[in-house]
Design a binder for this molecule. Structure first.
Ligand code: DGY
Length: 333
């Protein structure tokens, strides 16, 4: 790889001010101060004279767009950990390097997940909706009784970096930890979390009180929580998702909650984002949040810093630290 003096860097969305300031100082940066999602034609037009593209979640960096990128563009430095919006294999076939920003958003995403894990059994959304609708007439011994968190079992679907951070928090709240992965984690991690591995996802679902989705979206995890699997949950179980909406069959989930066969859900991500499922949105025992897992000043700034490091290292003709490979595109974040 050869060094590039001052690369032309196209950024598709508004980034935190300190990140943009640094990018302006280091690169010939084309920023998007209006933060209007650019869409395929605008991205291609902006990239006509670019060396690096900095896309983010929601930008459709598919095979057709990659094929149309100019030969000069050699690096796709994603702002974000998930790369499910990028056809990593097509990028590699064209000789492009793809990078992401793992690690720096782990703790904040785990905090948000824990918030939802606490909120669902304690009926927080339901209570707030009742209050806002004027249905709180005063404290009563039997109103809005939820479930005690301590003693509940948590099933983590994807005990990767974020899943482990969630499990650590849940342990501190007295929950017992169960998990399903393609393969067990190391005995040291299992010991630390006192975590029970379930090779069968179905068996785990039939056993736990709360299931938390923490695996990445890949072709293999699309609708992993299918109707058939969701039906295995017990009627008092809750579903939490801070990963990607497409991992859950939302219509099936809505059917099961509507009919009382699942107790409720707390979802930070939607199958057809940004549109929430209208049936889920109408349910009192469903909490919906607008994809806020990594939304702290600290995470978003560090994600920007990681993006810059990846570009700088590439610019110096070296291999960037956070390269994503097609065979690892489904690695847990
Ligand atoms: C990511 O980085 O992929 C996250 O979903 C952003 O919150």
């Amino acid at each position: 790889m050869t060094a590039v003096e001052r690369p032309r860097v196209v950024v598709t969305r508004k980034l935190p001010d300190p990140v943009e300031d640094r990018m302006r100082a280091l690169f010939d940066a084309a920023l998007n101060p209006d933060d209007v999602a650019m869409g395929r034609d605008a991205i291609l037009a902006a990239c006509a004279d670019a060396d690096v593209l900095v896309p983010t979640l929601g930008d459709p960096i598919d095979a057709a767009l990659i094929a149309a990128l100019p030969e000069r563009l050699k690096l796709i430095a994603n702002f974000g950990a998930g790369v499910d919006h990028i056809d990593v294999a097509a990028a590699h076939d064209k000789g492009l390097i793809v990078t992401n920003t793992p690690g720096v958003l782990t703790e904040d995403t785990a905090d948000m997940t824990m918030l939802l894990i606490l909120a669902a059994p304690r009926r927080l959304a339901e209570g707030i909706k009742a209050l806002e609708a004027g249905r709180f007439t005063g404290w009563s011994p039997t109103w809005m009784m939820g479930r005690r968190i301590a003693g509940l079992s948590l099933g983590v679907l994807g005990l990767g970096r974020i899943g482990q951070a969630v499990a650590r928090r849940a342990r501190a709240f007295g929950m017992t930890i169960h998990y399903h992965n393609r393969a067990p984690v190391s005995p040291a991690i299992e010991d630390e979390l006192a975590a029970t591995y379930w090779e069968s996802l179905g068996q785990m679902l039939a056993h736990v009180d709360v299931v938390s989705v923490n695996c990445p979206k890949t072709p293999a995890t699309y609708h992993l929580l299918s109707r058939r699997r969701l039906e295995l949950l017990r009627p008092h179980a809750f579903v939490v998702n801070t990963s990607r909406g497409e991992i859950i069959d939302e219509d099936a989930l809505a059917d099961l909650i509507e009919s009382g066969r699942v107790a409720g859900a707390a979802l930070d991500v939607f199958e057809h984002e940004p549109e929430p499922n209208p049936r889920l949105a109408a349910l009192p025992n469903v909490l919906l949040a607008p994809h806020m897992g990594s939304s702290t000043l600290e995470s978003r700034t560090e994600m920007g810093e990681k993006t810059i490091i990846n570009i700088r290292v590439w610019q110096d003709g070296e291999r960037p630290p956070d390269r994503v490979f097609p065979d690892r595109a489904d690695a847990e974040t």
